[in-house]
Design a protein around this ligand. Structure first.
Ligand SMILES: [Zn+2]
Length: 92
């Protein structure tokens, strides 16, 4: 079953904070140097670019936005344990 725009996957930002605890304490924005980040509470997807076709799979990610300049950083939701590697959304 395909996921529609109204079925976004909300995430528990506390779970992300715990998973990234060590990373976030040292994570400095490469552009502005700020160390304050907002964890966006919805998963996003990264799709591969394949010339001429719509990809049949995507990679779920957690998005963090720098509170200084808005730079966006992505982390694998699978590696953070938020999405199962076998999840339907990974191989739609
Ligand atoms: Zn920044």
């Amino acid at each position: 079953m395909a996921t529609t725009l109204t079925q976004t996957k909300k995430i528990d930002t506390k779970q992300v904070e715990e998973a990234l605890d060590e990373v976030l304490s040292n994570f400095k924005c490469p552009f502005s140097g700020h160390r304050s980040w907002t964890i966006i509470d919805e998963l996003v997807t990264i799709t591969p670019w394949i010339e001429g076709i719509v990809p049949d799979h995507s990679y779920p990610a957690v998005m963090l936005a720098c509170n200084g300049c808005g730079y966006v950083a992505l982390f694998s939701a699978i590696k953070l344990g938020l999405v199962s590697p076998d999840a339907e959304s990974v191989n739609a």
